[in-house]
Design a protein around this ligand. Sequence first.
Ligand SMILES: NC(=O)C1=CN([C@@H]2O[C@H](COP(=O)(O)OP(=O)(O)OC[C@H]3O[C@@H](n4cnc5c(N)ncnc54)[C@H](OP(=O)(O)O)[C@@H]3O)[C@@H](O)[C@H]2O)C=CC1
Ligand SMILES: O=C(O)C1=N[C@H](C(=O)O)C[C@H](O)C1
Length: 240
Amino acid sequence: MNILILGYGKMGKIISEIAQERGHTIVGKIDESNINLLDELDTNKIDVAIEFSQPDAAVKNLSWAIKNQIPVVCGTTGWLGKKPEIERLTLSNGSAFFYASNYSIGVNMFFKVSRFLAKMMNDQPDYAVKMEEIHHTEKKDAPSGTAITLAEDIIDRVNRVKRWDLDTDTDGNEHSLPITAKRIDPAPGTHIVTYHSEIDDIEIKHTAHSRKGFALGAVLVAEWIKDKKGVLSMDDFLSF
Ligand SMILES: NC(=O)C1=CN([C@@H]2O[C@H](COP(=O)(O)OP(=O)(O)OC[C@H]3O[C@@H](n4cnc5c(N)ncnc54)[C@H](OP(=O)(O)O)[C@@H]3O)[C@@H](O)[C@H]2O)C=CC1
Ligand SMILES: O=C(O)C1=N[C@H](C(=O)O)C[C@H](O)C1
């Protein structure tokens, strides 16, 4: 399969390595410095694009892929206000777009565990919920996309929790889910959800030991999406 890498930073580099190990060909590595190369590529020879760039670059890159009917797998976080626009563009162009805030299989299991716990906590008003995410200091967005997914899942299931708040002291406000974002090198990504009561704490935690899980997940999705159309997500891809 011929893969175009949109965003050749920490993630783009590991994705390229893993894709090549799995027998794929990288037909281009696009960065801010060589973005003009997009005009020179033979789009008919690209099977899938994988986009891990930065929040202010994602929409332009995704639009380019979608308009050229290249299925695109996106991992960039921090741009989600524009996601409905990208989804409409995908459908009107008959193309394929896949977004996940986290491509690691372990994190997607963690999402399921968190949803299950949240459902039970809806009937346990003595517990207050909070979250912490820890990432490397080069990360541009906060809270992480993964933390936002976890928070939205909790808000959907625990009726008393109405919103999340970043780095603010909302202690005692049962309607708020406070998220603390820490930036400590070299943390690839840690997420902790805590339910606290006077009697006890229940805590679930996922710690990534490297970026390999994110990158492998993105390549596996790229292999899967090649001949698909529409707006797709981990719920379509995963069998658990
Ligand atoms: N969904 C998931 O599972 C994961 C998502 N991520 C997300 O992926 C994104 C990238 O992470 P990471 O690789 O660590 O970040 P990096 O900062 O290491 O890499 C981003 C790259 O994008 C490049 N870039 C900037 N502008 C453009 C542009 N217009 N077109 C193409 N490339 C551009 C940068 O180039 P230059 O250096 O020249 O500015 C840089 O090389 C982040 O949003 C992060 O949150 C990260 C890990 C997992
Ligand atoms: O920027 C990162 O590094 C990561 N970003 C994603 C996020 O924002 O959730 C996924 C992972 O946690 C690493």
